[in-house]
Design a protein around this ligand. Structure first.
Ligand SMILES: Cc1cc2nc3c(=O)[nH]c(=O)nc-3n(C[C@H](O)[C@H](O)[C@H](O)COP(=O)(O)O)c2cc1C
Length: 254
């Protein structure tokens, strides 16, 4: 089956090399509107979007995300924030007990909402001839992000999104065979992995070796294993910081 939306989805690639061209206010508004149209759990709209335009703050975020510098040349930088603070304010105005807003359930709902809205924003950008990279690396220092963006209790920074007009367009990264990821009526990986993982490893080895930037000798299995050797202290403070922001994720303090 083919249509323009499927074409857009199937042509996705993250963009990390941008033309130095700021997005117009209208473009930013279009992207934010597209994000906000996404489905939202219990219609609670429990996330916020922060546009970061202050160059000093952007430089700080660049440091947090690993000094890669390419995000600084994007046309616009968004940060997606889990947000139960707005609903706390609504509860306070109504004199209602806000406890439920602090639960792991509501934190997860915020994460789902923000994630789905993020993808809407990225697809909207791609439909307008732009590209984007979603950046979980803002979590390398979530405390610093909280301070930098003045985030109140019951909020948490989740993802950055660097958006802009691509300077270069990388190759599409092949996804794993459907047999490894889509099952019927139950989980069936063990029946599939021996046959299909080597085929995918081979495909990814060819992709990594032949791609136009950052080519290297790697396959999917090596990639997953190399992820396991990262510094264990990186982001080890996440749960603690989530609790400091007022979320009662272990449900202990009723
Ligand atoms: C939740 C999430 C966090 C991500 N964080 C980063 C990041 O911090 N830095 C980065 O360069 N790419 C990041 N990415 C982009 C992924 O690396 C990218 O989507 C993946 O390698 C597949 O490549 P593609 O998007 O070009 O198909 C992130 C993507 C997602 C969904």
């Amino acid at each position: 089956m083919e249509n323009s939306i499927l074409d857009l989805i199937n042509n996705h690639r993250s963009i990390r090399n941008f033309k130095h061209q700021s997005l117009s206010d209208e473009e930013v508004k279009t992207l934010v509107t597209a994000a906000k149209k996404a489905s939202t759990s219990t219609f609670s709209q429990q996330y916020s979007i922060i546009s970061v335009t202050d160059q000093e703050k952007l430089k700080e975020i660049d440091k947090i995300t690993g000094n890669t510098h390419w995000m600084l040349s994007s046309g616009h930088y968004f940060v997606m924030v889990a947000d139960q603070y707005r609903n706390l304010k609504i509860a306070e105005r109504a004199g209602a007990d806000p406890y439920i807003l602090k639960t792991a359930d509501k934190l997860l709902a915020s994460v789902f909402d923000a994630g789905i809205a993020t993808e809407n924003l990225v697809l909207a950008a791609e439909s307008m001839g732009m590209g984007a990279t979603i950046m979980g690396s803002i979590l390398n220092d979530s405390n610093k992000m909280i301070g930098l963006l003045d985030l109140p209790k019951l909020t948490f920074p989740l993802l950055g999104i660097a958006v802009g007009y691509p300077e270069t367009i990388p190759e599409i990264k092949p996804r794993m065979p459907e047999t490894l990821q889509h099952f019927t009526n139950g989980y069936q990986l063990d029946d599939q992995i021996g046959n299909w993982l080597p085929i995918y490893d081979d495909q990814m080895a060819k992709y990594y070796a032949s791609r136009s930037t950052n080519s290297r000798q790697e396959n999917f299995s090596n990639h997953i294993v190399s992820e396991l050797s990262r510094n264990r202290k990186l982001r080890a403070d996440l749960l603690e910081n989530i609790v400091s922001q007022g979320f009662d994720v272990d449900g202990i303090s009723k």
